[in-house]
Ligand binder design. Structure first.
Ligand code: NAD
Ligand SMILES: O=C(O)C(=O)C[C@@H](O)[C@H](O)[C@H](O)COP(=O)(O)O
Ligand code: ZN
Length: 348
């Protein structure tokens, strides 16, 4: 069942009411260095006075096991019991890692998500995927565990870097491509920037929750939400191994949307003019990610660890039209590399 989500100015007051309920022994807040500084001041008046802050460093490189160790150590030192609640205040790194830590601590304590990036507000905070990166592979360790509730205050986005806003927009675009052709069409005319994110957040969350409700453990239709991620995660993971060339999750997903749309055309599923519309929209928002042709095979190899795969078969989510995703489409390593070469060609 989907967790309850509150979006808007009422979100933080509702969180306060939630945390003051009887039965919660202590409130722990997990934040990264940036959200502790920039977002905690807005949240703090809503927290019980004896809350305990656990602060971790910011960035994807810290979505890793050693950081979970420090979180579990602090929970243990503070004698957190099973009735403690962890409030994850941050972007997708904090909501993924915090959810994972909460799910494992004493076999599971409750957690709530307070997402502070656009990416986490439209995607990462809902649906119950939690996890960390391992051995260079994205989200290699994780569990499905729904939060107790999600509280979304769009005001947090006011301090967010525009590059991070764009990164979140890639997941919004993904949602439209798999299931909402009308939104894709109207927004490609309007452009990506807005000063009112609330309606976009509301619609994205509703669309994601509809899909998750059908298939919470990703045995079938939830794979639609992974469109762009077979190639996107491969590119993101490869570039994480290249100091100074790291890209944001959403930036890699945006490239993945183009590559996997191209694969959809190659399969005869998507008309070429739709690929053209998708590319035009993507490149109106995102810069091209630079890599050289010699790197395409090494990037593609990361797709061998994709979680949708079955044995040696790489299963991709593709499009059979704008707004119509289709999952479990086998593709070869060679085709993935070819899609990256296509992306490289349109870069130059
Ligand atoms: N679980 C899921 O369903 C799901 C979905 C999509 C992405 N993800 C994961 O989410 C992660 C990416 O999340 P992200 O893009 O939010 O990155 P992030 O958590 O690293 O946040 C991006 C940066 O913004 C800073 N920040 C956060 N909120 C801020 C604010 N309000 N003002 C100023 N700075 C702020 C952070 O400190 C960080 O430096 C990836 O690891 C990805 O795999 C998970
Ligand atoms: O919620 C989902 O399902 C998704 O696939 C959403 C993705 O945007 C997200 O990046 C997710 O973490 C990817 O999961 P993974 O199973 O491919 O690691
Ligand atoms: Zn994603």
């Amino acid at each position: 069942m989907n967790s309850p989500v509150t979006i808007g100015a009422e979100a933080l007051p509702e969180l306060a009411a939630y945390l003051f309920r009887p039965g919660i022994s202590r409130v722990f807040v997990l934040a990264d260095a940036n959200t502790a500084r920039l977002c905690l001041p807005l949240l703090e008046p809503q927290l019980p006075p004896d809350y305990f802050l656990i602060e971790i460093p910011a960035g994807e490189e810290y979505k890793r096991l050693s950081v979970c160790d420090t979180v579990w150590c602090q929970l243990t030192e503070q004698q957190a019991d099973r009735h403690a609640v962890l409030v994850n205040l941050g972007g997708g790194v904090v909501t993924d890692l915090g959810g994972f830590c909460a799910a494992l601590y004493k076999r599971g304590i409750g957690f709530v998500q307070v997402p502070t990036t656009l990416l986490a507000q439209v995607d990462a905070s809902v649906g119950g995927k939690t996890g960390i990166d391992f051995q260079g592979f994205k989200n290699q360790l994780g569990v499905f565990q729904e939060p107790l509730a999600v509280f979304i205050e769009p005001q947090f986005l006011e301090t967010l870097d525009p590059r991070q806003l764009k990164s979140g927009y890639a997941e919004v675009l993904k949602h439209w491509l798999i299931a909402d052709a009308a939104a894709f069409d109207s927004n490609r005319r309007l452009g990506w920037l807005t000063d009112d994110w609330a309606p976009i957040i509301r619609e994205s969350i509703a669309l994601k929750q509809r899909i998750v409700a059908q298939d919470p453990l990703e045995a079938g239709p939830r794979k639609l939400l992974n469109f762009g991620h077979t190639v996107g995660h491969a590119l993101e993971s490869y570039l994480l191994t290249q100091p100074g060339r790291e890209v944001l999750h959403g930036e890699a997903v945006a490239a993945g949307l183009v590559c996997e749309s191209w694969l959809s055309v190659q399969r005869g599923l998507l008309p070429a003019e739709d690929l053209d519309k998708i590319e035009t929209f993507v490149f109106s928002v995102f810069d091209r990610i630079p890599f050289i042709l010699l790197e395409t095979e090494a990037i593609a190899e990361f797709a061998l660890q994709d979680k949708k795969n079955e044995g040696a078969t790489i299963n991709c989510t593709l499009l059979k039209g704008i707004g119509q995703g289709v999952y479990d489409q086998p593709v070869t390593l060679g085709e993935i590399a070819e899609s990256l070469r296509y992306y490289h060609r349109i870069q130059s």
